[in-house]
Design a protein around this ligand. Structure first.
Ligand code: ATP
Ligand code: MG
Length: 205
């Protein structure tokens, strides 16, 4: 019994010392981070959670009544719960390709729609009053060559200092990750779809 008590006391003390050390290290790092500016966040990889993370960040900003905008590089007919919510809240929300369908596989029309959506992004990227811009599924436009990567990178780098940009999509080009401040890769360890479970409204879209 006493042995057990001693062992517990020793473990508690070890834990206390470890926590104290971690706390000191975290405090040091917090103190060292002095720069205040918006960041470029890239959320990529094949796992589930990129767009939901991007929209989660938009929700955070909206919660503080900060100015946000979303441009979604998907076909306009795709349902999306976040879009309906944010539109109700008055967040500017542009969806590429409303009015035509991807099913036609008309490359020229796809490119025109991508460029149109990019025009909206370019305007947002010049707005110093915009706190946060989400460009959902942008990476595909770069990978298909629908948008000029250099033009996109230049606009990102020239944006107002306090503006944060979140970009989502699989296969983010290296050049985009190179200029980003934060890059997360979502890795699929398991996905319900592979077990034959259908995607669900209010969960997957
Ligand atoms: P979410 O919108 O759920 O955060 P995502 O943005 O990470 O997903 P996308 O690549 O944009 O993923 O996927 C579009 C759709 O496919 C979404 O409905 C998403 O839930 C689903 N999905 C994402 N990853 C996988 C996967 N590994 N296998 C099957 N379906 C997936
Ligand atoms: Mg997505």
């Amino acid at each position: 019994m006493t042995d057990q008590k001693d062992e517990n006391a020793r473990l508690n003390e070890e834990h206390r010392i470890r926590m104290q050390k971690t706390q000191a290290e975290v405090r040091e790092r917090v103190k060292a981070a002095q720069e205040e500016r918006g960041t470029l966040i890239v959320l990529t990889g094949d796992g589930k959670g990129k767009s939901t993370s991007g929209f989660g960040t938009v929700a955070r900003a909206v919660g503080y009544d900060m100015s946000t905008a979303v441009v979604q590089f998907v076909k306009g007919t795709w349902p999306c719960g976040e879009r309906d919510l944010l539109k109700k809240l008055g967040v500017p929300f542009h969806v590429m390709g409303t009015g035509f369908t991807w099913d036609t596989q008309d490359r020229e029309k796809d490119i025109a729609a991508a460029r149109e959506a990019w025009k909206t992004c370019a305007e947002h990227l010049q707005n110093p009053d915009l706190h946060l811009l989400l460009m959902d599924e942008l990476t595909y436009m770069l990978n298909y060559g629908y948008l000029d990567t250099d033009e996109v990178l230049s606009a990102l780098q020239a944006r107002p200092i306090n503006q944060t940009v979140v970009i989502t999509g699989r296969g983010a080009p290296q050049s985009l990750m190179d200029i980003a401040d934060t890059v997360s890769e979502v890795k699929p360890l398991k996905h319900a779809f592979e077990a034959g479970i259908k995607a669900r409204k209010g969960v997957d879209w």
